[in-house]
Write a protein that binds this ligand. Structure first.
Ligand SMILES: [Zn+2]
Length: 225
């Protein structure tokens, strides 16, 4: 039903997203096997980085899964996946320092993270309701519904765009902290950087995906005028 030339955009973005996912898993697996020179686990690294930034009130807890690490700003908890929490690998401290970077962003009132937080409800509607809305409008030729779908999808796209500086900044904070305080070996710095760069690529991929879908809706909408 929806096989049209604009679908090619979405397929290209999808392939890029799959490659990025493969890349991050590859880098993670590689550097999860190499121990860091300080012998610190992800949880210990996050604790030190938090304390050094005066964030003693933020807790660290383990969470199930692989690469499920995240910071919960309301609960003030950094959740580290099993392979990060208890592991003293290069990958573990890279990811732990990155998540701590997010915690510091909130504490420092970093503007993009605030904008991103404000966009969450709209972006949630956008990612669940926008396409059905547009589809109904498209099938029954209701321009208003198509436009509404496009606006909500646009909000989801802005959310993805704002996520990029947030993610890049968290990684920059992580690498800077590790370089200043712990790791000195060039090989280890490169290792942490390549894990975090691969992770950043997945956010670039999902932004591309959102952009491709957005463009597709705009083009489909234009075909109905
Ligand atoms: Zn992140």
């Amino acid at each position: 039903m929806f096989f049209d030339p604009t679908l090619i955009l979405v397929i290209i973005a999808l392939i890029f997203a799959m490659l990025a996912q493969q890349q991050v898993m590859g880098k993670y697996k590689k550097f999860a096997k190499i121990p860091n020179s300080m012998g610190l686990t992800g949880a210990q690294m996050a604790r030190r980085m938090l304390d050094d930034n005066g964030l003693e009130d933020i807790n660290i807890k383990p969470i199930k899964g692989t690469l499920t690490d995240n910071y919960h700003p309301l609960k003030k908890i950094i959740f580290l996946s099993e392979g990060v929490y208890n592991s003293a690998s290069i990958a573990a401290i890279a990811i732990a320092a990155h998540e701590t970077g997010h915690a510091i962003q909130y504490a420092a009132d970093y503007i993009p993270v605030k904008i991103r937080g404000g966009l969450v409800p709209t972006a949630n509607i956008g990612s669940t309701m926008a396409f059905p809305m547009f589809l109904l409008g498209f099938l029954f030729s209701i321009p208003f519904l198509m436009d509404l779908g496009i606006w909500f999808f646009g909000a989801a796209l802005v959310f993805h765009l704002v996520t990029l500086p947030v993610e890049f900044n968290a990684s920059a904070r992580a690498i800077q902290y590790l370089k200043l305080n712990y790791i000195s070996e060039q090989k280890e710095i490169q290792g942490t950087r390549s894990v975090l760069q691969a992770a950043a690529l997945t956010y670039v991929a999902s932004t591309m995906m959102a952009l491709a879908q957005f463009l597709r809706l705009i083009i489909l909408r234009g075909s109905r005028d």
